[in-house]
Design a protein around this ligand. Structure first.
Ligand code: SAM
Length: 242
């Protein structure tokens, strides 16, 4: 089926996102390394450092997939703290649970949940993160409100997501990469051109740095700040529930 830059109906988008992640779950980590040339590790490291999780804190990793962020947070929160891995997709969570267990992390709660309506009580977390997840969410405003709602007073939300390259030269190269090379790599490596074309399209449609910052403020987050990484290819947004 065709899916271009036009707005697709909500049910279609949800189905597409489910298909993409169910289809890539088992190869997800390899593809991540390949497509980002390993740089996604640097982006995640930035988030982990910025998050500054302290022993005893309660952390929710939304759209946590295979659990890269979850794993690091869990080490930092320690036995007194609690870290929850959540994602809408059961196949991704299965991979996540398996990979955490491989690293010796067992008994960490894994919760299947939609970011738009999180099944947690108000004011239950010190930190909520969503890494490369928000662009897949249909109602991003609802997701931001829901993530703010579950933050304790003083808690922080960190969004890690693709954004808009700051420099036009870089934007051009990046466009070629994402719309030509990326689908080709997806085809060769995973025999799945469509998923990687979806990826490029979802990145292009995602709100830019300032728009997302405004959306966070509208959701009630305060002291919102943007950190551009790799020339704005990726941006990290942080806001507080004060
Ligand atoms: N955070 C992980 C990372 O950085 O490696 C996984 C990111 S992966 C690109 C995006 C994840 O978002 C997928 O696991 C997908 O199932 C999840 N997702 C998509 N829509 C969602 C929604 N509405 N609520 C929660 N998770 C969602």
């Amino acid at each position: 089926t065709h899916f271009g830059y036009e707005q697709v109906p909500v049910a279609d988008k949800q189905r597409r996102v489910r298909e993409v992640f169910s289809s890539v779950a088992s190869r997800y980590d390899v593809m991540n390394d390949l497509m980002s040339l390993g740089i996604h590790r640097v982006w995640k490291r930035f988030v982990i450092d910025l998050a500054g999780v302290r022993p005893g804190e309660r952390v929710l990793d939304v759209a946590g997939g295979t659990g890269d962020l979850t794993r690091e947070f869990s080490k930092l929160a320690g036995p007194q703290g609690q870290v929850i891995l959540s994602d809408i997709n059961a196949a991704m969570l299965g991979e996540g649970r398996r990979r955490l267990a491989d690293k010796g992390i067992v008994g960490l709660p894994v919760v299947q949940a939609n970011a738009e309506c999180l099944p947690f009580a108000d004011a239950s977390f010190d930190l909520v993160t969503i890494g490369f997840g928000l662009r897949n969410v249909t109602d991003k405003d609802a997701a931001l409100r829901s993530m703010r709602r579950v933050l304790k007073p003083g808690g922080r939300l960190i969004v890690l997501e693709f954004s808009k390259p700051l420099n036009p030269g870089l934007a051009k190269v990046y466009d070629q990469y994402s719309f030509k090379l990326l689908p080709l790599m997806g085809k060769l490596v995973a025999n799945d051109e469509a998923s990687y074309r979806y990826l490029a399209e979802s990145i292009r449609m995602h709100p830019d740095q300032q728009t997302l910052k405004g959306m966070m403020e509208n959701a009630g987050l305060e002291r919102c700040q943007v950190y551009n990484l790799t020339g704005g290819i990726v941006a990290v947004h942080r806001g507080f529930n004060l």
